[in-house]
Unconditional design. Structure first.
Length: 301
């Protein structure tokens, strides 16, 4: 009897996990779409500049022929989807279609009835980039996208994983920003587009990588175990020891690797030098750190 109940319990747990994942995905999609729509409709639309990406192209079409922004975005997405399908796969595209539908709903149905900002264009560009970047980051965190150049961004990111999301976004969007300067017939439109896209890329990187970022200390010392104990006593951070040999001297040394927060790196360095004043300490940026004491690994959904 117990053997029969166990598979049922596992199935129930798996179903509950899928429902929780779907609920979290929907919350991110809705909040991200609202923030994205605020950036597009409230700030960018009335300021006459293209923020980049397919949304920027949709704003240009709206400026020229009054095409609905969300609908134009969906239409422009089709050829890009065909180009990205093989690289990104069916699951990513399915999640993206859901996000795109929610985003289109807010862009074309909800936000056309909300007030728009008609003040300083520079402030409009900054706040447009901030809201759009925050919305995209929420969507990206759940492995989805709002379509358009997002598909290209994820494709480039998959093929070149060392690029950050913000960097790839900025590079791809520059071409659309140039088009915006041409069609709006205003050099300011180009400059505001650059400001908007740069602000958005900063927000994306800060939200996606900033919370999980830290420092990595790479230490070469004569007494690795003692240095690791000193680091643990000072910061409660663990370390990894690797045996190393000096290429010039041939002397045996220990290579100590320690990931820590930015506020702890000076304590790590001080702890090491309290054990070995001649220790060689290299400090590098770690854009993301997953594991115990840092950001927990995200479950595949």
């Amino acid at each position: 009897m117990k053997n029969e109940q166990q598979p049922r319990q596992e199935q129930a747990q798996a179903r509950a996990q899928r429902l929780r994942t779907l609920a979290v995905d929907l919350v991110h999609d809705i909040l991200g779409s609202i923030l994205f729509a605020i950036g597009v409709y409230t700030f960018a639309k009335s300021a006459d500049f293209a923020p980049g990406g397919v949304t920027g192209l949709a704003l240009i079409l709206n400026h020229l022929w009054q095409c609905p922004i969300g609908t134009a975005t969906l239409a422009l997405n089709l050829p890009i989807i065909l180009l990205s399908y093989r690289v990104m796969g069916r699951k990513f595209l399915f999640k993206s279609f859901r996000t795109m539908a929610i985003s289109t709903f807010f862009l074309d149905i909800v936000f056309p009835f909300t007030p728009v900002y008609t003040g300083n264009p520079l402030l409009a560009a900054l706040f447009s980039g901030a809201f759009m970047g925050a919305g995209l980051a929420l969507v990206y965190m759940r492995g989805s996208s709002t379509g358009g150049t997002d598909f290209l961004i994820f494709t480039v990111k998959k093929l070149r994983p060392h690029f950050s999301m913000g960097q790839v976004t900025l590079l791809i969007d520059l071409s659309v920003i140039l088009l915006g300067g041409v069609f709006f017939r205003n050099i300011d439109a180009l400059l505001y587009g650059v400001i908007c896209t740069y602000a958005g890329s900063l927000i994306i990187d800060k939200m996606m990588y900033g919370a999980g970022s830290g420092k990595l200390a790479i230490i070469i010392t004569k007494d690795g175990p003692a240095a690791a104990r000193a680091i643990d006593a000072e910061t409660s951070r663990g370390a990894t020891l690797v045996k190393a040999i000096g290429a010039y001297s041939g002397a045996e040394r220990h290579l100590v690797l320690c990931a820590c927060s930015k506020s702890e790196i000076f304590k790590v360095r001080g702890a090491v030098h309290s054990i070995d004043e001649s220790a060689f300490v290299m400090i590098t940026e770690a854009s993301e750190v997953f594991g115990e004491g840092f950001t927990p690994p995200q479950e595949e959904s």
